[in-house]
Write a protein that binds this ligand. Sequence first.
Ligand SMILES: C[S@@+](CC[C@H](N)C(=O)[O-])C[C@H]1O[C@@H](n2cnc3c(N)ncnc32)[C@H](O)[C@@H]1O
Length: 283
Amino acid sequence: MEVSDASSRILAGLLEARTGQQLAMSRRWRIETALQSLMRERGIASLDQLVATLVAGREPALADSVVEALLNNETFFYRDRQSFDLLLGPGLARLERARSSVRTLRIWSAGCSTGQEAYSLAMTFAEQKARWQGWTIDIVGTDISRAAIDQARSGTYSQFEVQRGLAVTQMMRWFEEAPGQTWRISTEVQRAVRFQVHSLIEPVPHPGSFDIILCRNVMLYFSEGMRRMAFARLAEATADDGVLMLGAGETVIGQSLDFVSDPDCRGLYIRNTKQPRPARAAS
Ligand SMILES: C[S@@+](CC[C@H](N)C(=O)[O-])C[C@H]1O[C@@H](n2cnc3c(N)ncnc32)[C@H](O)[C@@H]1O
């Protein structure tokens, strides 16, 4: 099925306006693959017909479904193991010392997709019960995709998803088989994470309060300006001595002055205290 340039421009424009995600010409092959099942469900014969229906504006919910389908939700448990080792090893040890009097840690997985990132953290804390006895560990996962957040909340994964990144021992310990060849996460881990629909285009939920923020593989396809704004929002949300973890192929260097490399944990980022705290952005 061919997609005309005009149609692909309209679909890419819709995606960028709603989410900040750019669909470069070289990645526009994704459009066809991503929208196939939506078109089949709705009995829409071609992408041009889909775009004509969108443009006519008779089905406002269709635009939401198109955006959902075009988002890339790729994720898996403990993605980039080395980064998790760094965060959960020296990064967390430092925060543990810094928060020993308040005994509270606030963690935000921003762009958490279907929840594996946030649950990876929750499983690790659950496996270190004695160490975190008496602590409040607040983990929140957010994503712009309602479908992804619904799945994250359900804590239910296919056989394929549950095997990606998890050791067999962890899978056996924290998941149980559920109907339809799926696996459901244990209530203990599920209850340790709150999930919310939230866009990085919107103001941050709790300024200045997060000790750890993970924002990984979300900003890769943002425009430069959008990425700078998103970093500013993340800096606004980070505690003065909090840390930011990005995806393995991402960096703040040349992207934002709001964060600098963490001198003690190379690979993590801390707020650039030489920069004034970004002003609370207007909604
Ligand atoms: C490739 S997944 C990465 C998931 C996870 N962070 C990881 O690295 O495995 C990117 C996620 O970012 C979400 N996303 C895209 N644009 C967003 C935005 N403007 N605000 C919040 N989430 C967004 C997508 O819905 C998708 O679930």
